[in-house]
Write a protein that binds this ligand. Structure first.
Ligand code: CA
Length: 396
């Protein structure tokens, strides 16, 4: 399947969860201290022995792909004591056993997320994960990886892990990290430590889109891209509207409201910067329900493919009507576009799209507006958008 996808120039990335393991094969006895979930640096018990599901010998694997067996000392924390059937955050005790450095500082130290938290400072763990990363990338001929939950993982580990794979697979091996934080400073700090060797999902942009969708006309659209990755470090930004974690009923629920989805997808799909990521649920639907957004996403994807080329000129200059121009390029005949978005009433903007366009007729591609625009002698056009809607103007 991977080979077939690559025949059509579709890159294949593996989703790698290396922060935690669950469902051990057997229990082991070891010493822990319980910690306060709101501040993991604060212990709330003396050391005591528990029975945790930390033993992994993979009987079904029978050492075929790896003979590595995991034990309690390969982990820094666990969440269940089978002896007493009690849940909690239990920090594993032992020589050199601490929560890791180089993780997010939320909850004191956010090394532990759930399950059995891998000790990414343990030499055997580092060696086994590096060996696995190189092996799986080669075995499946991967083009890259999505690294899950990197805010809970030692940043220095992640940096050397990617370096190890790239030594084998080449420098172009792609990586995007899921660092779920709306705080741009945290993302910047992380990217600095990794020397920009990884992209990150633009979570701050997601939260701007979410806020805009909730606040309607009260939201100042001029601020839509403020404090986002796309605005500050666009080369490392993977833009998205929603994902499996932000959807309804999920742990980080912050679903962009339906009326604003066209705006949100127009931004990420038509802008010059960023690596846009389309959410399966927005296209195919979730829970067996069809998505109402598929039609507009298809239209925007067609516009992206045919017209979204060339330099971008921003018009984030009005509280309720904003947009941008793509100037087009010579490789794509007739390319270029003018996007306008409103979060309140009908809007209009006089925009100069370049004197080389004088005399042209432009029309509105999403079919919301029937009127056409004639570009005048100086290259100006008066473009319209309907209230709470988007308009994408294209040369006829
Ligand atoms: Ca961790």
């Amino acid at each position: 399947m991977i080979e077939e996808l690559q025949t059509y120039n579709i890159s294949v990335y593996l989703d790698a969860v290396m922060n935690h393991k669950s469902w051990g094969d057997y229990t082991e006895k070891f010493t822990v201290r319980q910690v306060n979930p709101a501040n993991r640096n604060e212990t709330t018990s003396e050391p005591f022995e528990i029975q945790g599901w930390t033993g992994y010998n993979f009987p079904g694997r029978n050492k075929k792909y790896s003979d590595f067996e995991w034990h309690w000392y390969h982990f820094s924390g666990t969440d269940y004591n089978d002896a007493t059937k009690q849940s909690g955050i239990f920090q594993i005790q032992g020589e050199n056993k601490n929560w890791s450095e180089g993780v997010d500082s939320e909850n004191g130290n956010y090394d532990f997320l759930l399950g059995n938290d891998l000790d990414l400072n343990h030499p055997e763990v580092i060696a086994e994960l590096n060996r696995w990363g190189i092996w799986v990338s080669k075995e499946l001929n991967l083009d890259g990886m999505r690294l899950d939950a990197v805010k809970h993982m030692n940043d220095v580990f992640v940096k050397q892990f990617l370096a190890a794979i790239r030594t084998d697979k080449g420098a172009e091996f792609y990586a995007v990290g899921e660092y779920w934080s709306g705080d741009l400073d945290s993302l910047n700090k992380y990217l600095d430590t990794l020397e920009h060797s990884i992209d990150l999902f633009d979570v701050p942009l997601h939260y701007q889109l979410f806020a805009a969708s909730q606040q309607g006309g009260e939201y100042d659209m001029q601020r839509l891209l403020d404090n986002t990755l796309i605005q500050t470090i666009p080369n490392c930004a993977v833009t998205f509207v929603d994902n499996h974690d932000s959807q309804k009923g999920s742990s980080l629920e912050s679903l962009v409201q339906d009326w604003f989805k066209p705006h949100a997808y127009a931004i990420i799909l038509l802008m010059e910067r960023g690596y846009p990521c389309l959410f399966y649920g927005d296209y195919y639907g979730t829970n067996g329900e069809k998505s109402p957004h598929r039609l507009i996403i298809d239209i925007l994807l067609e516009i992206r493919k045919k017209y979204a080329y060339g330099e971008q000129i921003d018009y984030f200059d009005h509280p309720t009507t904003v947009g941008f121009v793509r100037k087009g390029d010579k490789e794509h005949i007739g390319s270029g576009l003018c996007l306008l978005m409103s979060n309140d009433r009908d809007g209009e903007k006089i925009i100069n799209i370049g004197i080389e366009h004088k005399g042209e007729t432009w029309y509105e591609f999403t079919n919301n507006i029937k009127d056409k625009v004639i570009i005048d002698e100086s290259g100006n056009g008066k473009f319209l958008v309907k209230g709470k809607n988007i308009a994408v103007w294209i040369k006829e």
